[in-house]
Each structure stands twice: as structure tokens, then as C-alpha cells.
Design a binder for this molecule. Structure first.
Ligand SMILES: Cc1ncc(COP(=O)(O)O)c(C=O)c1O
Length: 382
């Protein structure tokens, strides 16, 4: 019945697992969910106020421009200049998105044919691989390992046949490993794209979380020629449910992607766009406040990981902790199931991000201190 393109797609792990958790909760198990990275803190009150005030107006409820409101595009360009020191033309080089996730699909639909190949990080955000697969193109995994600081091993990648590779997904700060970006890394990535004529897709939703210096790959000289960057307000501004992201690229790329996207949706609700512009104008104090909360939670997660005898780096960025499991477990699934069924705490097994994550788990920082304390208590009592 369903289209052939769905044959290689599995149900998203979380969608399946959340059903199981719901069932366990119905049985009275009261599962503590430390799996999902959906910010539990609210956006800044001024952002909500703009949405509320704008939504009361009579003339804001119609279809909007496919390219997004110029107010939001200008706010995005100002934000890039202020935080990343990157100059972009708000008229031609910015495309607001309904979350960066949809941008991944738009890019795949815009550029990929069935014979094309795409470099995808292992471990990495599962949506890259599934969206590549939905277009009928082939994913070529490139491994990230702890010994290589979770950076791409370009020497190993260059040993592969790259003749059919059209796109490469990269994501720093990296999810799930928490590895931070560096200027040097971004330069290497741009150089690699230039050398092999591969369009680089850099996914950058975590640069403001537990990260002192937000970086954009667009700050590298010549990046616009070979890179499209995705960014998002989901994590940086606690607005995951609002669905606001952005795509930064040179004009030609934006127009190519618009050709597809304008056939998919009809713009975003204007009050949302205006509220997003407000969010992007917030100062360093906003990010400091949010990060203070994550830092305190991270201390509790260290405690929890120590009880589980996991090992981990304290240099991680983003809203998760990535940790290596002790040898007594065969893989992360085994640990996650043990903790879910016996302590009623849900932790994400690293394997869902790719085979290089087999011996790891990921814990989300999106929970209150009390929730972490209760999880520690339950695991301690095992
Ligand atoms: C690496 C990565 N990219 C993109 C996204 C999607 O974010 P958005 O809410 O902007 O669609 C996520 C969300 O979890 C993510 O982890």
C-alpha cells in the first residue's frame, strides 16, 4: 500500500519508545524520561508577549511570504553578525524555516537524485540518513570516534570512492557526542568540500548551549560557495515547539531550495515570525541564565553517570551528556533497558545514532534538578 520510498524507513525510535513508556506509565510505573532533548524551560517572557500582542491584530492572519518576513530575515542577519561575526544579506541569503529538521528534507529533495551519495556522520542525528533514504539516494556513513575527538577523519574519507558524493552532513557542536566545533575544523570541512566539489550541509542548532563561543562555519573564507548552514531557535531560545529555524546560503542556493519549499508550505504565521525576531535580539544575559540552569543539571548528570560507572568528557557542549558504558553491558540498549525496566528511568542508547554509538548512552539535560535527583535515587536503589 505505502510508497516504495518508505520501505527502508523505520519508525523513529523515540516514537516507538514513547509508546512503550506510555504503556508502562499506564501500569503505574511513573517513568522518568531523560531521553528527549526538548527544552522544558520557557522562552523569554518578552517573546511570548510579542506573539500574544501581534496575534490580537486583525491583519496578521493571512498567508505569508514564502521567503519569510523581512523583519525576521533582518533579525537573523543581525544575529549572525552579532554572535558569529558573519555578514549575510538578509534579502537574498536567509530563508526562515519551520525548524531546522524540515530544512534537512528540503535540501535532500532539492539536490538528490537516486544515483547520488551523501556522507552522513556515524554517530549522528538520525534524520540525515532517513531523509537521504526517502529521496532514494544512498547514504555513505563516515565514522566519528572518540580517539579522533569525534571529528571527521578526512584521510579515511578520502580513501572512499567519492565520485558520486553530492552532499555531506556535518554538525558541530555535535549531537549526540557533545563535541564542540573549532575554527580549524570548520576550515578543514570547507577545504574538503571545495576539493571534492561536495556541498556541505552544516547543522548548527546547539551553538548556544553550554558553549562559551558560538561559531558558524560561514565565518570561514569562501564558505558560502560550498556550504549551506541550518540553524534553529529550538534549543537556543527554548522554542522547540514553535518550529522556527533558518537556512543560510548564497542566493543561488536559497532560490533552488525555495523552488521546492514553496511547493510544500505557504509561509509561517506572522506573529510567530515577529516573536522569533524578538528572541534573536536577546542579549548575552539570556543565554547566561539558560546555561546556568543547564550547568547545575549537568552536575547531577555527572553524579548519575558515576553511579552507572560510565566514563565521559566534561568538555561537552549542547544539551546532552554522552557517556561510554561499562564493560558489563553488551551495548547501550542493554543498559537502557536494564535502567528502564528496573529503575523506571529512560535513557537513550547510543546505537540509535549509528553503530559507532553502540557502547554509549545519551542523557538529556532537559529535566529539573528534582527529576535527576529522583533518577539517581532510583538507580542507587537497584
Ligand atoms: C542535530 C540536530 N539537528 C536538528 C534538529 C532539529 O531541530 P529543529 O527543532 O530546529 O527542527 C535536532 C533536534 O533534536 C538535532 O539534534
Amino acid at each position: 500500500m505505502t510508497a516504495k520510498r518508505l520501505e527502508n524507513i523505520k519508525e523513529y525510535y523515540f516514537s516507538q519508545k514513547l509508546r512503550e513508556i506510555e504503556q508502562l506509565n499506564k501500569e503505574g510505573k511513573n517513568i522518568i524520561n531523560l531521553g528527549i532533548g526538548s527544552p522544558d524551560l520557557p522562552p523569554h517572557p518578552d517573546v511570548v508577549k510579542v506573539l500574544y500582542e501581534e496575534a490580537q491584530k486583525a491583519n496578521v492572519h493571512g498567508y505569508q511570504s514564502y521567503k519569510g518576513s523581512p523583519i525576521l530575515r533582518k533579525a537573523i542577519a543581525d544575529w549572525y553578525l552579532k554572535w558569529y561575526n558573519v555578514i549575510i544579506d538578509f534579502n537574498t541569503e536567509v530563508l526562515p524555516l519551520m525548524g531546522s529538521k524540515e530544512g534537512i528534507m528540503h535540501i535532500c529533495m532539492t539536490y538528490l537524485n537516486e544515483d547520488d551519495e551523501v556522507l552522513v556522520p556515524n554517530p549522528g542525528y538520525p534524520t540525515y540518513a532517513s531523509n537521504v533514504s526517502l529521496t532514494g539516494a544512498k547514504m555513505v556513513a563516515y565514522n566519528l570516534t572518540e580517539t579522533n575527538n569525534w571529528y571527521p577523519d578526512f584521510e579515511a574519507i578520502e580513501k572512499l570512492d567519492l565520485s558520486k558524493v553530492k552532499l555531506m552532513f556535518v554538525n558541530y557542536p555535535q549531537m549526540p557526542t557533545g563535541q564542540a566545533a573549532s575554527e580549524d575544523l570548520f576550515q578543514q570541512i570547507v577545504k574538503f568540500g571545495q576539493k571534492h566539489n561536495i556541498l556541505i550541509i552544516h547543522d548548527n542548532p546547539y551553538s548556544f548551549i553550554l558553549n562559551d563561543k558560538p561559531l558558524s562555519i560561514m565565518s570561514v573564507n569562501g564558505a558560502k560557495e560550498v556550504v549551506i548552514e541550518l540553524n534553529s531557535l529550538s534549543k537556543s531560545h527554548n522554542m522547540a515547539g514553535w518550529r522556527i529555524g533558518m537556512l543560510i546560503a548564497k542566493e543561488e542556493r536559497i532560490n533552488e531550495i525555495l523552488k521546492f519549499k514553496s511547493n510544500m508550505d505557504s509561509g509561517m504565521f506572522l506573529p510567530l515570525q515577529l516573536a522569533a525576531a524578538k528572541a534573536l535580539s536577546l542579549g548575552a544575559d539570556w543565554h547566561e541564565e539558560v546555561n546556568k540552569v543547564y550547568k547545575a543539571r549537568r552536575e547531577k548528570v555527572y553524579e548519575l553517570l558515576d553511579i552507572l560507572q560510565c566514563t565521559y568528557s566534561k568538555e561537552q557542549t549542547g544539551m546532552f551528556m554522552w557517556a561510554k558504558i561499562p564493560a558489563k553491558y553488551k551495548n547501550g540498549y542493554e543498559l537502557a533497558d536494564d535502567i528502564l525496566y528496573n529503575a523506571h528511568v529512560f535513557i537513550t542508547p547510543g546505537s540509535i545514532f549509528g553503530s559507532e554509538g553502540d557502547n554509549y548512552i545519551r542523557i538529556s539535560l532537559c529535566g529539573s534538578i528534582e527529576k535527576f535527583a529522583e533518577a539517581i535515587n532510583r538507580i542507587n536503589n537497584l
